[in-house]
Ligand binder design. Sequence first.
Ligand code: SF4
Ligand code: SF4
Length: 383
Amino acid sequence: MATGAVPAKHWMDFPVTFKPGNYAYPAKKDKVEYLDSQKGLHFPNAREWSPEDDDWKLPENWKEIIIDGLGERLEKFRSLKIFMDCCVRCGACADKCHFYLGTGDPKNMPVLRAELLRSVYRNDFTLAGKILGKMAGGREMTVGVLKEWFMYSYQCTECRRCSVFCPYGIDTAEISMAAREIMDRIGVGQKYCNEIIGKVYKIGNNLGLPQPALEDTLEGLEEEVERLTELIEEDAGTEDGDVRAERDALQAELALRESEVEQLRGVLEEYVDQIRAAQSGGGDAAEIEARSVQHFEELVGAIPNFNWSGDGHRARYFQIRGVGELEQYEGAPNPSVGFLIDDIDFSGIGMHASLFDVQSVEVLRGPQAAIYGSKALAGEEAQ
Ligand code: SF4
Ligand code: SF4
């Protein structure tokens, strides 16, 4: 645990140690091969390996791949570039991470977790780092650094709790995501994350629940609904107090089962749609075109974890991952989910957006305050 004593060594000089139980297991060779064989996916270097091995069997040019991957992401994601540059080491995030609180390992503080990637960024992408190296907080990408990336980016659950407390909205989850994506390019992936993507591609859902299992559950629920309905009808004419109480209880149970049936039907329909889309080779753009979507609200249902609420015919506010305003009429000076069209801020206007002449719709999940200001605490929607 932290003692307050000044450390004798620099944090960069503590190598990571893998021992049974303290690291994430890598994905199995056949699972990575399956992923790599899927259209649009790239998961190379499938092999059997263990983080405890000295030799991780990396491709020869692995460093180049990593640095290129980081460069690509810095170009593509303004947020990542800002997160790399704007941390002031205030430490406000340090004790917000459950992994740091649980392990006491300083590299599990969000600020230091991000620094694992930031140090490589400084070394290879900033002038100060290129000239001054370690004095400017830079360090070269080595196998030791890669091992730290693997160890600590997979000890982040990407919960984004730390980002809520960061005065700059630095989202360490996004930094962990970037590190994981880059490592996948050299075959350094983790079992849970890699294999779950395989299940989505192969079976259609992340649990690996096959269609017959969903159908079977639905049938069971429908039978239950029928049974309850019959029982209620049998009791219908009786005025006996006990029977009435029993009937009320049955009716409550029936309502619950009916809502479960409804939900499961929705899941099943979505599942079948996904399978059809996968079989027809349709991607997102094709799907949107096929739906003949005219208005933003028609698109909302297709965006995971994105909801709206409203009392009028057009909702004004959105929620991302459950965070966002629910009250249509009270208003909010800074809506939790921002809404931009061509960089013009329409937050709080919500569903009045038509999709006429719109080339793309982007949903940025998680705090985006560093880029879009205080109105984007939960995320940002941009067209
Ligand atoms: S996002 Fe990652 S670093 Fe931040 S609190 Fe959650 S687990 Fe910790
Ligand atoms: S709270 Fe934000 S600025 Fe402060 S150390 Fe953490 S990431 Fe850096």
